[in-house]
Design a protein around this ligand. Structure first.
Ligand code: SF4
Ligand code: SF4
Length: 658
């Protein structure tokens, strides 16, 4: 396949042809009978997904399927097919242009296995929450079965799993470096990042060339494979797969080179030889202009699951987003463990106020709407409307962060626009509450400039529980996570307490912590556990670290070196240490008692056991006065409510933890 630069490709690109379908389908068809009702003899594109089909913009297949439909293509969906043979993959017949294959909103490693690699008993993206409907390494399995069903049909990989595994990557499932998913799945092309523009261009090129094979090289936001010597001349050469697989130093080098090319405005192609093939990552797709982003949310979603799931009570993941609104995408937080930077990018793209309000009106008009908008958010709720002039050119700084070590003076927060938006949303007929369910970046709420926004949300947007993610209390661990110093979090608590007091409300903070992050040994974890015990905080939200491919933290986990500084870091790798760390943080659970003692014995710190036992036996500290929130986890008596309001984060798909 000849390679072309993106610039050449733009010049030569034919105008996208339009298919015959004009009227949107009620639901994208999942059966031949539904296709016949629409008058289709075949689909142009069949999307295969590891998730149940929910026709809601928070679900990737619905969003991209409806977008392709808007471009005139006939799109069908095969959701959670049986993978023992190819029968389910033939359900809609041979697609005219391609199969689009995704593991679903979540990487199948995360969807199927816990941090300790125990099989999960529930999958919120499946009907009735049933586990076991999505294979391990779903992208590879589905691609193989689709190829078996209809040999020769081009296969386009996409979604989070493909995006984070686009080049050679550390995979904690196998505890080794794996090849690019493109090659393992033997797909024709892989879409990374937010896939709207790349997918539309791929389908347009396939249609323009049909029935001949299309040249799919040079499309921004994609990865293709070429023969030796065919990579573009301006590509940055990454160390070969066999080198990164066997030598952590070369892995580290590849990671640093990849991080440097993540900006759409100045990112160059990357070329990584895998045997006699070269995997080429074309530069990232530019952020969608606001009008294009707005248009996505005006597509004719039914905002519910396909009727085939009614008998099983529907798809639980919808409940977390049914009345929530995606206001923006991307995050400039750049936390080391978070996949958002590698997937959605560092540039924040926000929808217009008018588009968001129009969507809220549609939600409020639904017969089952109870009056609460549960979220107007994105990866980080308070980055709505954030801007930087560099972002307008698709660029960002490579030598400093937007938020750390200090908030960049060039970062313009969108607090005025957000306040106006929340207030207008609350005035829409039928809307009683407008809450923020997404996490907040608390370091952006610690100056007097932020006070007006903090007072607004403390008074109106907090449903009694505010989600924040200090992640740890040890500054060295926080630095490795690329999170703010702990004193910043404490300053935020002080200000949130004051804002809640001013609003006359008793409100609580729900903290998220990570156990076993690279750099966190038992000693740092004990420090955090003592902090929690002293304040009688019994955290519910502990996440055991899982190295998400392509993240900085995964690089640390694999190499034992911080790529930012080159310094060695401790990596809690053994199951034993990971269990001890969790037991320290969940010291109040009777089932953890032996592990707690073992951890303290290992640290020669058994003398502090009484502190934990006293805290465990105590009632969580409750500040019932309207003076302010408890600085820590929600009290036990609010647990049931909390669990309902804060469903498992993995159900939130691509949103971050802020
Ligand atoms: S100028 Fe500041 S806000 Fe803009 S990209 Fe650079 S660090 Fe981020
Ligand atoms: S964890 Fe939150 S703040 Fe950090 S990069 Fe992810 S979304 Fe952004």
């Amino acid at each position: 396949m000849p390679s072309r630069s993106p610039a050449q490709s733009r010049k030569q690109r034919p105008a996208p042809p339009r298919g015959p379908n004009r009227r949107p389908a009620s639901f994208l068809p999942m059966t031949r009978a539904e296709m016949e009702t629409l008058g289709w003899d075949r689909c142009d594109v069949v999307l295969i997904s590891g998730d149940a089909y929910v026709d809601h913009p928070a679900f990737g297949v619905a969003l991209l399927g409806r977008l392709l439909e808007r471009h005139g293509w006939r799109v069908g969906v095969i959701a959670q097919p049986g993978w023992q043979d190819s029968a389910d993959f033939q359900a809609l017949g041979r697609p005219r242009l391609c199969f689009g294959v995704t593991a679903g909103n979540v990487d199948s490693r995360i969807a199927n296995l816990s941090a300790g690699k125990q099989r999960r008993r529930r999958d919120d993206f499946s009907p009735g929450g049933r586990a076991g409907l999505r294979p391990d390494r779903a992208s590879i399995v589905y691609a193989n079965r689709a190829r078996e069903a209809y040999p020769g049909v081009p296969i386009v990989l996409g979604g989070l799993e493909a995006s984070l595994r686009r080049l050679a990557h550390y995979d904690d499932w196998d505890d080794r470096v794996r090849r690019s998913l493109l090659l393992d799945a033997r797909a024709d092309i892989l879409v990374y990042g937010m896939g709207e523009r790349p997918l539309v261009e791929i389908v347009a090129r396939l249609a323009a060339a049909d029935p001949a094979p299309a040249d799919l090289s040079g499309i921004r936001g994609t990865v293709t494979a070429v023969g030796a010597g065919e990579a573009p001349a301006n590509a940055v050469q990454l160390p070969r797969y066999d080198e990164v697989a066997s030598d952590p130093t070369r892995y580290l080098e590849a990671h640093r080179l990849c991080e440097r090319e993540l900006a759409p405005g100045d990112g160059r192609p990357l070329a990584q030889p895998h045997g006699d093939r070269v995997v080429v990552q074309w530069p990232p797709a530019p952020p969608l202009p606001q009008a294009e982003l707005d248009a996505l949310y005006e597509l004719p979603f039914r905002r519910t699951w396909h009727p085939r799931y009614d008998a099983e009570g529907g798809v639980p993941a919808l409940e977390t987003v049914r009345t929530s609104i995606t206001a923006h995408r991307g995050c400039c937080g750049d936390c080391a463990f978070c996949a958002i930077t590698a997937h959605q990018g560092r540039i924040v793209q926000s929808r217009s106020e008018g588009s968001i309000l129009a969507e809220i009106r549609r939600v409020a008009g639904q017969p089952d709407f109870k009056g609460t908008i549960t979220d107007i958010g994105g990866p980080t709720a308070n980055l709505y409307g954030a801007r930087c002039k560099r972002w307008d050119r698709g660029r960002f700084c490579h030598d400093r962060g937007c938020l750390l070590p200090e908030r960049c003076p060039h970062l313009e927060l969108g607090y005025d626009a957000a306040i106006r938006l929340y207030r207008q949303a609350a005035r829409i007929p039928g809307v009683k509450h407008v809450f923020l369910g997404s996490g907040l970046r608390f370091d952006l709420l610690t100056t007097d400039r932020d006070r007006r926004y903090l007072e607004q949300i403390a008074a109106h947007q907090v449903s009694g529980l505010l989600k924040v993610a200090p992640e740890h209390c040890d500054d060295r661990v926080l630095a490795l996570m690329n999170k703010p110093r702990f004193a910043v979090y404490e300053e935020f608590l002080r200000r949130f307490r004051a804002a809640s007091r001013k609003a006359g409300k008793q409100q609580y903070v729900v903290n998220y912590f990570i156990a076993s992050h690279p750099g966190s040994s038992l000693r740092e974890t004990l420090k955090l556990a003592l902090y929690l015990a002293k304040r009688r905080i019994k955290p519910e939200q502990i996440q055991d670290f899982i190295p998400a491919p392509m993240t900085r933290a995964a690089c640390m986990y694999h190499t034992g070196v911080d790529p930012a500084t080159g310094r060695r870091v401790h990596v809690p790798r053994s199951l034993k240490e990971r269990r001890l760390q969790r037991a320290l943080l969940q010291y109040d659970r009777p089932a953890n008692r032996k592990l707690l003692e073992a951890a303290l014995a290992e640290l020669d710190a058994l003398h502090v056991l009484p502190k934990f036992l006293a805290a465990a036996g105590s009632r969580p500290r409750l500040d019932k006065s309207p003076r302010g929130p408890v600085p820590g986890g929600a009290p036990r008596l609010a647990k049931a409510k909390t669990a309902k309001r804060l469903p498992a984060r993995r159900a939130r798909g691509p949103r971050g933890r802020a």
